[in-house]
Design a protein around this ligand. Structure first.
Ligand code: SIN
Length: 280
């Protein structure tokens, strides 16, 4: 059947903008299949002018991809615990998500994807960056790939959501809890995408503490190399938000970074997070 969607890549490594569909309406199976295919092919997809994407409509779209996550440490929206309101007030210094990460990698079954809706967008700044972790893996030497294939890494919310961690800082706009005794989970450093079978790196600076069976000090040099390599410009794309735009990224193979470069302005987003499976 002929496509009704227009899908335009935004960068060489990942990201595509899709037009010709309203996510607020019930999608036909054909539309859903095309969006799903674009999500797997481009790793992060963007939609503009999605006014009318109410909390219920956002949840309904997200549920086409899986069950919804209720964040263990950040309070959800009143009446919609599965939705996070990501707000930075003009006087807030830190922003939420202001560092490279993959959402919820600190869970035993981390997030499949996140669907972020732009409600109030600063006049300048506030873009989100994305980095393709399949491309980052593929650019490594065979020797490094081989060594990494035998490693697991320990992930936890304990640092980011500790009393000093950026994600648990007091904001008047978002209520986060300090993660006391946050559990640790081991995930493979090289993850096989459950839907495409492609291999990608699965460590990130926010939630990966060390390699399994090694100390933090022993792990640090190689983790630092991977963190720097994985955000190399050639693996990235950048999304300039507009009001009512939507970004939907695949946490199984992407990092993202919310830029904190709009001091004195307000930014208000709403996120639905789709649960995923145990990394393999
Ligand atoms: C997040 O990490 O989910 C926040 C992304 C953003 O606000 O751009």
């Amino acid at each position: 059947m002929a496509s009704t969607l227009d899908i335009t890549p935004v960068a060489g490594a990942l990201g595509a903008e899709i037009s010709g569909v309203s996510l607020a309406e019930d999608l036909t199976n054909a539309q859903f299949d095309e969006i799903h295919r674009a999500f797997l092919d481009h790793h992060v997809i963007f939609f503009r002018d999605q006014s009318g994407l109410t909390p219920d409509a956002q949840k309904a779209f997200a549920r086409r991809f899986g069950t919804l996550n209720v964040h263990p440490y950040v309070k959800g929206m009143d009446g919609h615990p599965e939705l996070l309101e990501i707000i930075k007030e003009p006087e807030d210094k830190l922003n939420f998500g202001g560092g490279w990460h993959s959402d919820m990698s600190f869970l035993e079954e981390p997030a499949l994807g996140s669907i972020l809706y732009g409600i109030e967008i600063p006049k300048f700044g506030g873009d989100t960056l994305f980095a393709n972790q399949i491309a980052a893996y593929e650019a490594l030497s065979n020797g490094m790939k081989d060594m990494l294939s035998r490693l697991n890494a320990v992930h936890s919310a304990s640092r980011e959501y500790s009393a000093k961690g950026a994600s648990a800082q007091d904001r008047q706009s978002m209520q986060s809890e300090v993660a006391v005794d946050a559990p640790e989970y081991e995930h493979p450093v090289v993850r096989t995408h459950p839907e495409t079978g492609r291999k990608g790196l699965y460590v990130n600076p926010a939630f990966t503490l060390r390699f399994a069976g090694m100390t933090k000090r022993e792990s640090r040099p190689l983790l630092n190399f991977l963190f720097e390599h994985s955000r190399d410009e050639r693996f990235t794309c950048r999304f300039r938000w507009s009001q009512d735009a939507v970004a939907f990224w695949d946490n199984r193979c992407c990092w993202h970074y919310a830029l904190n470069d709009y001091q004195g302005q307000r930014r208000h987003m709403r996120r639905a997070t789709v649960n995923g499976d145990r990394p393999r």
